[in-house]
Design a protein around this ligand. Structure first.
Ligand code: HEM
Length: 793
């Protein structure tokens, strides 16, 4: 029900001039009262109190809050005296100081249960099957607004895809602070232990188009939007801590080089082609990132098993305005796990949505993905002593140099209701920071601060995309920005400028104590002298950290890196480009360059590429175990791991299969009974089991492990079963075989190897004897000891 409006009186309200002395205006009607209160409000500001403080460097560091005056009543600044004449649509007056557009997403959720179909304007649709025609066989009529509305809307359903990171998947959740960081920052999420901040996270690949495969070799985006009570903060990171380039000027070149080649639009979602390797082999600063991208990091097992990094150096700023440098790291509770290349290639055919499905299913199953947020904090003085430049996005700060400290955890516990409305329309931007977080002078970051908002203006169709529900903050939003396409907020009052007296000075600037303040970054003297297009000297060290990464990998990881370089370069059609890349790799690791050259049939190693810096500074750290995927095995849990259990009519379910499945499921694993066809299988002991997957619709490479129970050897008649066994073996995943299930291993050509910790063979027909070993193997990283190149199986 609308509020009762006060009488407006009979005298017509003037809109273009007022009385000389409003004190003599009659207050019998509301318009007069409004005028009088507005006059009082305006008169309370004799001058602009802030003006003097706008000048001088010191004042710039102490910005004062804006002057504002309390009005006699809300009427003074109202748009109209008729605002209380409400209807069910118009509602009544705005609640003072409230922007109702920022309420939780419940305000826009829509559910049609029990409702009939309507047009977009709420008109009930009588017939949704037929267009309007002149007679049943006659022509369709232009008058049919129901058809035209439906088709027109459909015609415009697509929006441009992201220029990069087009393929992504998102989820809601929360960030919980576990160790306050108040000493270093006044940023809202870090103020008290236990403080919870809502988040939306989007994971993505970079190069592929929106419908491309999930398991491409690529960097993964790891973008987190924190809806803090000080506004939205976006930590728009990747699953690798460095980047290809050092300056935003090169970003369009990089992306043009890696995207499908423009003449024939191939290859999709792949860096294995001429233009990418031509570009990066001429950009030696990309060598460190190439090591990461050629490592198994670029083919993660799941979004849940990736680290995340803010990449750039940021600043934390405390209440006193003091600042320190900071690097952000996300550490997955499930540990870091990846696929192997052969597996990634096969998955991309059988399930291009592999990562999207995994994230969705894990959340639906209650196995909520979790990460710890860790920070590395260091001062400007410490940074000055490092052997590398902390403004260089191709460098990490080794953990051995600056330790990680845990400040909170991220939990993803809610899938979106609607992919388009949430995951597609979400707009991340590195410029979205809050008081307590600030930028460093990283020149790559500077370009990003511009780029995201700019691209979103066209992707999301205009300047008001911050009002799209998934992008709106939960903090109040009040400013004098107005209009533009699809404006949602209905702003009350006549004032859209500052300073003002007619709205009592509101909204007013918050001042240094509460508002966002930029750190007056100290610049070293030589940087201050002039405008220049050049890089700092230490940016020229292109190989020291590439070597650090490679040297810090385990032997199988090094082998995978060499194989990946060789695979990618083998797809390059210009031999000179291949050789140039090998020449560059020689500066990072001769052993790696030799291994790659050998696989490429390059008999004579090219001379090492000429370096931009012949004598780099001595690095503080030459080996860091933390850079290996093996360093973070996870908590050993098997939650959300997928296990294939082969079933066939000869399986005696009660001799172990059933109890094994129960043990696995109780611990959160996903067990699928796989057979030649789906549906009921009558088993040897009279039980009937439903096969829920087939060797064709869920081939072995989609699983994390395999169980071959007694009696399943008859599945060998289906060659696809043997392919599944071979793939699971080749990809170094645990296999548990007992009873006659062991024979399936032999049929698949798998060597019996008692030293293979992932190949668990129980002698008898009972599953129970080795269950614990199997569960333990399933919870740890893969054991690559059975791997050979080329594969024997
Ligand atoms: C100068 C360098 C860069 C530029 C100009 C740039 C530009 C862009 C653009 C235009 C988008 C699409 C945004 C949208 O349409 O909503 C994007 C997405 C993204 N970028 Fe960058 N980028 C740069 C470097 C980086 C780096 C170094 C990282 C990692 C630290 C990164 C991480 C991401 C992520 C995660 C997304 C996807 C955001 C989402 O999920 O919507 N970018 N970038």
């Amino acid at each position: 029900m609308a509020k009762k409006a006060p009488p407006t009186g009979s005298a017509p309200a003037r809109t273009d001039s007022g009385p000389a002395d409003p004190a003599h205006e009659t207050f019998e009607h509301t318009a007069g009262l409004k005028k009088s209160q507005l006059q009082q409000l305006a008169a309370a500001r004799r001058h602009n109190e802030l003006k003097a403080g706008e000048h001088g460097f010191d004042n710039g560091l102490q910005t004062a809050p804006g002057a504002h005056v309390e009005a006699a009543s809300g009427l003074a600044a109202a748009s109209t005296v008729s605002e209380l004449n409400g209807t069910d649509k118009s509602g009544s007056a705005a609640v003072e100081g409230i922007n109702a557009a920022i309420e939780s997403l419940d305000r826009v959720r829509a559910d049609a249960t029990g409702r009939p179909l309507t047009t977009n304007l709420g008109v009930l649709i009588a017939d949704n099957q037929n267009s309007l025609k002149f007679g049943t066989r006659g022509p369709a009529l232009l008058e049919d607004f129901v058809l035209r509305e439906k088709i027109t809307h459909f015609d415009h359903e697509r929006i441009p895809e992201r220029i990069v990171h087009a393929r992504g998947s998102g989820a809601h959740g929360y960030f919980e602070c576990t160790a306050p960081l108040t000493r270093f920052t006044r940023a809202a999420p870090f103020q008290q232990a236990g403080k919870v901040t809502p988040v939306f996270v989007r994971f993505s690949t970079v190069a592929g188009e929106r419908g491309s495969k999930d398991t491409a070799r690529d960097v993964r985006g790891f973008a987190v939007k924190f809806y803090t009570d000080q506004g939205n903060w976006d930590l728009v990171g990747n699953n690798m801590p460095v980047f290809f380039i050092q300056d935003a000027m090169k970003f369009p070149d990089l992306v043009h080089a890696v995207k499908p080649e423009p003449h024939h639009a191939m290859p999709q979602a792949a860096s294995a082609h001429d233009t990418f390797w031509d570009f990066v082999s001429l950009m030696p600063e990309s060598t460190h990132m190439l090591m990461w991208v050629m490592s198994d990091r670029a083919i993660p097992r799941s979004f849940r098993t990736m680290q995340g990094f803010g990449v750039h150096t940021f600043r934390l700023v405390n209440d006193a305005g003091d600042s320190v440098f900071c690097k952000f790291h996300w550490q997955p509770a499930a540990g870091t796990h990846s696929l192997v290349w052969d597996e990634a290639v096969k998955i991309s055919g059988a399930d291009p949505d592999f990562h999207r499905r995994d994230l969705w299913e894990a959340i639906e199953a209650g196995a909520y993905p979790q990460w710890e947020l860790q920070v590395q904090i260091f001062t400007e003085e410490e940074a000055d002593r490092f052997s590398f430049d902390i403004l260089d996005a191709t460098k990490i700060v080794p953990e051995e140099l600056v330790p990680l400290q845990t400040v909170g955890r991220l939990v993803l516990n809610r899938n979106p209701d609607n992919f388009f409305a949430e995951t597609e329309q979400v707009a991340f931007c590195t410029a979205n920071v809050i008081p307590g977080i600030d930028f460093s002078n990283d020149p790559l970051l500077a370009g990003r601060i511009h780029s995201y908002h700019d691209t979103q203006l066209s992707r999301l169709g205009g300047p008001n995309f911050h009002e799209i529900p998934i992008n709106a903050p939960i903090a109040q939003v009040h400013n004098n920005q107005r209009d533009g396409i699809h404006r949602q907020a209905i702003h009350r009052g006549a004032v859209a400028y500052e300073p003002n007296s007619l709205a009592g000075g509101c909204p007013f600037q918050a001042g240094a104590a509460h508002g966002f303040m930029t750190v007056p970054a100290r610049l070293r003297a030589r940087d201050e002298h002039a405008k220049v297009r050049a890089k700092p000297e230490l940016f020229a060290d292109h190989y020291t950290q590439a070597r650090l990464f490679y040297e810090s990998q385990s032997q199988p990881e090094q082998a995978h890196i060499a194989a990946a370089f060789a695979f990618e370069l083998s797809k390059v059609t210009v031999p000179a480009v291949r050789e140039r890349m090998v020449a560059s790799l020689r500066n990072a690791s001769d052993a790696l360059a030799r291994a790659v050259a050998d696989k490429l049939g390059i008999a004579q190693l090219p001379a090492p590429m000429q370096r931009a810096m012949e004598q780099p500074r001595k690095p503080e750290v030459t080996r860091s175990s933390a850079l290996s995927l093996m360093h973070r095995p996870g908590d050993g849990s098997i939650a959300a791991r997928k296990v294939a259990l082969f079933v066939a009519p000869q399986v005696a379910w009660n001799r172990g299969g059933s109890s094994l499945r129960e043990r696995l499921v109780t611990q959160g694993a996903v067990v699928r009974c796989v057979a030649s066809k789906i549906g009921p299988v009558r088993l040897a002991d009279g039980e009937t089991l439903d096969a829920d997957a087939t060797f064709a619709n869920e081939p072995g490479f989609l699983f994390d492990a395999l169980v071959l129970p007694d009696g399943c050897d008859s599945a060998a008649d289906d060659a696809r079963a043997l392919e599944s066994v071979r793939d699971i073996y080749r990809h170094c995943k645990p296999i548990y075989a007992f009873g006659s299930g062991v024979e399936l291993l032999a049929r698949a050509g798998i060597p019996a190897d008692a030293t293979d910790a992932g190949l668990i063979v129980a002698k008898g027909t009972q599953a129970s004897s080795q269950i614990d070993r199997f569960i333990e193997a399933l919870g740890r990283p893969r054991d690559f000891s059975r791997e050979t190149d080329p594969p024997r199986v």
